[in-house]
Ligand binder design. Structure first.
Ligand code: NIG
Ligand code: FE
Length: 417
């Protein structure tokens, strides 16, 4: 058993399904609460008096002194490209000098540059890269993350990336949920016959990833100049036939019909949405799809354009937040940084952002019943903030606010000695 005491507050969304509209910002805030974890789950949230009545003095329990901080659910990061090798700082410098992300990609850089370095890396080397990034994630409070392939772009190298995710996850507290993103880009060897590459994904890569249990979701970069809505539909339907639930990169740079496709397929999420149209928002509104917003990408690409978060909330679309952690368009593992951007650039309230970065993110991974809130019965994935209340999560920016992390009822940050 673990007793977390001396907290200024516990702040959490509630429930097991995505919060939308006015519910997105409904966060329960308990003052002076205590939390008890038992057998990896949350067993109690309430006042010290009530805790004593129910559990007594708990002399044998492990204790975590909250030191007047704020306890929130572990962050869930539902969109990352973790298993890559190599770096692209030259490209970053070129962007600082005025070249655009799309110009760099058209000249053979961008995703294809990382494809080349990732193909050269062994599974073990990739797993080491993933582990380094997972250490950062955990230090900044992420306890569950999605991780995509998409820098292999052939059967062997896509599976190698998925195996690297599995290998890394086996020895680290952060829980990883793997996604097949073979349709991230058309590889150089298929540039003349893109239809053949889509066939290869549908007929070989999807079945192999599903058969090995290596992926849980299937994703597509549905974007002008990458995969059309028709191609994306083919890939996602092939995924669904093999038990891989659809999620997609939708309307990042141009309205490509991605949001409408997500709605039509009943995808778990439509991600990016910087350029989503009114019709796209309307389609999402009636659909149950969660909008996963990635403000780190707008920020890191120095775009004026951010996703229309307020309009999505107003339309009743549940909004989640993610880092998009990747070497080109958003090189960060930090969910607190993403929350700062959500508040200052997307116009979400701090409460809406908390829900987006925890419960709604968990729901977009199909894990809303297990994680994403500080409620009795859920897995005990918790973050202690060195902050007197929730507002400080965005108010005090640029620092790491995480004082401690509990994963499955165990203290994992700071590392127990
Ligand atoms: O989500 N949009 C496509 N893929 C990534 C970028 C990947 C890269 O630049 O390596 C993204 O932004
Ligand atoms: Fe992405």
């Amino acid at each position: 058993m673990l007793l977390i005491h001396n907290l200024a507050e516990v702040a959490t969304p509630e429930g097991t399904t995505p919060r939308r509209g006015g519910e997105q910002g409904r966060v329960r805030r308990f003052r002076d609460a205590e939390v008890v974890c038992a057998a990896g789950r949350i067993a109690f949230v309430g006042t010290p008096e009530e805790r004593r009545r129910r559990f007594g003095e708990m002399p044998d329990a492990e204790r975590l002194d909250g030191r007047g901080g704020t306890l929130i659910p572990g962050f869930v990061d539902p969109h990352t490209h973790l298993p890559w090798a190599g770096t692209r700082e030259e490209e970053f410098a070129a962007r600082l000098a005025g070249r655009t992300y799309q110009e760099i990609a058209a000249a053979g850089g961008g995703i294809l540059a990382t494809v080349a370095s990732t193909r050269r890396a062994s599974e073990e080397e990739l797993a080491t890269c993933v582990l380094r990034r997972m250490d950062q994630m955990l230090a900044w409070g992420t306890t569950t993350a999605e991780a995509k392939s998409g820098y292999g772009l052939n059967l062997g190298d896509e599976l190698k990336q998925l195996r690297a995710i599995r290998r890394a996850a086996a020895s680290h507290p952060v829980h990883l949920v793997p996604t097949l993103l073979a349709a991230h880009e058309v590889p150089p060897e298929h540039r003349g016959d893109r239809g053949r590459y889509v066939d290869l994904i549908c007929d070989e890569i999807v079945p192999a990833a599903a058969e090995g249990g290596l992926a849980r979701f299937c994703d597509v970069f549905c974007e002008q100049g990458v995969f059309s809505a028709a191609e994306s539909r083919r890939v996602l339907e092939a995924g669904a036939r093999h038990g891989l639930a659809p999620r997609l990169h939708a309307d990042e740079f141009a309205d490509s019909g991605g949001a409408a496709l997500a709605a039509a397929l009943g995808a778990l999420s439509a991600d990016h949405l910087m350029a989503v149209s009114d019709a796209g928002i309307e389609a999402l509104a009636g659909s149950g799809v969660t909008a996963v917003l990635l403000p780190g990408t707008s920020f890191f690409l120095m775009k004026k354009l951010y996703a229309p978060a307020r309009r999505l909330v107003a339309a009743g679309v549940p909004v989640a937040l993610a880092t998009d952690c990747n070497p080109g368009s958003s090189h960060t593992e930090s969910m607190p940084m993403i929350v700062v951007l959500a508040v200052l650039q997307l116009g979400l309230t701090i409460e809406e952002s908390l829900t987006a970065a925890t419960l709604n993110a968990a729901c977009s991974l199909g894990l809303g019943a297990e994680i994403g809130s500080v409620e009795t019965g859920k897995q005990a994935d918790l973050v202690l903030l060195d902050a007197p209340n929730l507002l400080h999560l965005a108010y005090h920016y640029g620092i790491n606010p995480v004082a401690a992390v509990v994963k499955g009822g165990r203290l994992v940050v700071p590392r127990p000695v």
